[in-house]
Design a binder for this molecule. Structure first.
Ligand code: HEM
Length: 416
């Protein structure tokens, strides 16, 4: 057994058992972050704070929610919203935080693409980020089912049905996921389990791995400059703080992040108190009814872009059914972001998009196209809308097919 001295206080007591001082040094006070970054680099910490808000408000809602198709709707809309003191506040905070999480995830993701923060040596940061995106998507979808309103029911119907497109075993997979032939009580209780236990646990573990995977490649910077962290940190530790290009994660970087978090939380509470409606669909205030299909079924705003890719292919092409083409396009749309580091054939060029002559057009076209897909994903897919959706879906896929060629051409240019 190791020698244990008489401790000189709580920290020393913990340090002798858990090496907390070394841990704090490696992950906080000597975790070096470049100085040359802007407020966009605070989005990761804003996401951690939002996840905290979702956990706390979720626990409070859990005390009154009933995961049973005969009780769920009333437990949310009457018990929590009208009878429990401040129940409305926890529900609005939970709903607005879910929407805000996706808004910030998209900003965080596009910041990573703009500054090439997924490039050589940083693939694990990107992949764990995308795992978080998938886990949050599953978390949001399962949470949307819980109030058991019309949209909860019909969105579950449509989304679980997508799995029937898997060749041979598709229909069995749908029954396995639903736990029944139709979306029913078994479906609600298993999605409840995913929403409150399994997915939050997965998210907590993956956030830790995401943060840890940044430790060695280090945080990127606005010029995507490759820094000698050993040399720069030495300058900082020797007191040449102005000259050094880095600062420690704690207290310098995090204290600046807290300022951004403070500003963000002010906007967040303004939304919670005055604009909470945007995070709640009016159709979901009607109890689920399997005999009454809503005129128009659509997901929450953050899934509209990939929903529109699915719907965009509305006519058969070369003997292939429209539904199958849409499904293939949908699967591709959900994979391309994950494999982005491998589609980029110029992994050593870490310049930001505005310094890359062709890539900058690719980037902004992608952003505009995803906005068009999101807007049209909410409109009925008829007439001109259907054609706009089709073109935007084709452009989306085309952009990712073009990326390896654009970046390879760029790499040749860099080599000359
Ligand atoms: C809720 C989920 C997420 C959390 C809590 C989270 C958290 C963080 C934190 C704390 C950082 C360090 C500070 C910063 O650069 O903001 C970071 C960096 C990063 N994250 Fe995430 N992240 C999440 C989702 C994602 C997603 C979906 C992606 C996209 C694939 C992603 C990609 C990245 C990248 C590339 C960096 C490095 C940025 C740089 O080096 O400049 N993250 N994340």
């Amino acid at each position: 057994m190791a020698e244990i001295r008489k401790s000189e206080g709580l920290i020393d007591w913990l340090d002798q058992r858990l090496a907390v001082k070394a841990f704090m040094r490696v992950m906080m006070t000597e975790y070096w972050i470049p100085k040359n970054i802007n407020f966009l680099w605070a989005m990761g910490v804003v996401l951690v704070v939002l996840f905290g808000v979702l956990l706390v408000t979720g626990l409070l809602l859990l005390m009154y929610y009933k995961p049973d198709i005969n009780l769920a709707f009333d437990s949310v809309n009457y018990t929590i919203m009208q009878e429990v003191e401040y129940g409305w506040l926890w529900r609005h905070m939970h709903g607005v935080a879910a929407s805000a999480t996706f808004l910030i995830i998209y900003i965080h993701l596009f910041t990573g693409i703009y500054y090439g923060s997924y490039k050589k040596g940083r693939e694990m940061i990107w992949i764990t980020g995308m795992v978080l995106f998938i886990a949050f998507s599953a978390e949001a979808f399962s949470g949307y089912m819980l109030p058991w309103g019309q949209m909860s029911y019909w969105a579950a119907q449509v989304i679980t049905n997508l799995f029937s497109g898997i060749p041979v075993i598709g229909d069995d997979v749908v029954i396995w996921i639903r736990g029944d032939y139709v979306v029913a009580d078994a479906t609600l209780t298993r999605f409840f389990m995913l929403h409150v236990v399994l997915l939050p646990l997965v998210i907590i573990v993956v956030i830790a791995v995401h943060f840890y995977s940044l430790r060695f490649p280090h945080v990127n910077n606005q010029e995507s400059e490759v820094l000698n962290f050993d040399m720069e940190s030495k300058k900082f530790l020797e007191g040449r703080k102005k000259e050094s290009k880095v600062v420690p994660f704690w207290p310098v970087f995090l204290s600046k992040d807290f300022f951004v978090v403070g500003f963000f939380m002010t906007v967040f509470f303004a939304l919670v108190c005055y604009q909470f409606d945007f995070a709640m669909d009016p159709i979901n205030f009607e109890p689920a009814n399997s005999m009454k299909t809503p005129a128009h079924i659509y997901p929450e705003w953050y899934f509209l872009w990939n929903y529109e890719v699915l719907r965009g292919f509305f006519f058969d092409i070369g003997g292939m059914a429209a539904m199958d083409i849409g499904l293939i396009a949908f699967v591709i749309a959900n994979i391309v972001f994950m494999v982005l580091p491998f589609l980029d054939r110029n992994p050593m060029n870490t310049a930001p998009a505005h310094k890359r002559p062709v890539f900058k057009y690719w980037f902004w076209l992608l952003v505009c196209d995803m906005i068009v897909l999101t807007v049209y994903g909410k409109l009925p897919p008829t007439g001109v809308n259907a054609w706009v959706g089709f073109v935007a879906a084709v452009v989306f896929l085309g952009l990712f097919i073009a990326l390896p060629f654009i970046t390879k051409h760029e790499a040749k240019g860099d080599a000359q």
